[in-house]
Design a protein around this ligand. Sequence first.
Ligand SMILES: [Zn+2]
Ligand SMILES: [Zn+2]
Length: 325
Amino acid sequence: MKGTTNSTMRAVVFDDHLRFDKAYPQPKRQSRWARICVHLAGVCNTDLEIIKGYMGFKGVPGHEFIGVVDQCDDPTWIGARVAGEINAACGRCRWCADGLMRHCPNRTVLGILQHHGCFADYVFLPVENLQRIPDDIPAERAVFIEPLSAACEILEQLDLQGDETAIVLGDGKLGILCAWVLSTVLADVTLKGHHAQKLASAQWRHIKTIRNADTMAGQADIVVEATGSAKGINEALSLCRPRGVIVLKSTVASVDEINLAPLVINEQTLIGSRCGQFKDGLQMMETYPDMPLERLITARFPIEQALLGFEQAALPDSLKILLEF
Ligand SMILES: [Zn+2]
Ligand SMILES: [Zn+2]
């Protein structure tokens, strides 16, 4: 973490446990970085993993937010309503030179790796990470730009023709967003999950929802694994057709429970997929104003009650929990 000043801020902090701090030291703003006053933030499954020890992170978690720039060397940003891409790159390495800042080996990641996150009054990011959000997109929609962009990354990675069949595994927020994004280009998209209520929330366009996919074994051209559990990948391997593509969205996959023999036998392609570009998420929001993002909001909590919000976020029926400032 970078140095701190005497100023403080309200913040949710994870050190050895999760707590709310009403006077946490504010990080010092670096040159060419902006200070953003956070208005609304979203609790993500990654945050729930972090408070279980994922990435060994200590500090202020949170990486999904919308806010307004209030300090910046470049005055054209002051007052801008923004969201921010979460990978802060070095700008000097080979990956950065190729425009792949998301893969910079020297990067910090907002609220995940060596970088205080957005569950605080202020969040700090390099100016190049900022994405202006038009005034006509309500904060309740704009706050989904990070996970929606991550879902859009699939369209970036696959060259889809439109006639492929796709199955998305997992009826959590990310699984639903992946199904929605795929349904904008594919005619045949099925979402498989366990929770009747979440599957009902996922209904949009022509998406089919199912709780059992046994009859579809070996048929899907594309399987997106977004269950957040190691077992999901085995199911993905069995649902994917020979020479089909499996897109892995869960970061928690543990190796010992996975049998990769079907991958070899069926010559399937396995693709890892993480963050997307915010310009793609924003474009998706603007092109499909009827995409029912607000439906994914389970509850909103003031920042002082963030711990209650985290508790609710961990319940099986919860989708997105928002924190208000
Ligand atoms: Zn997230
Ligand atoms: Zn770099």
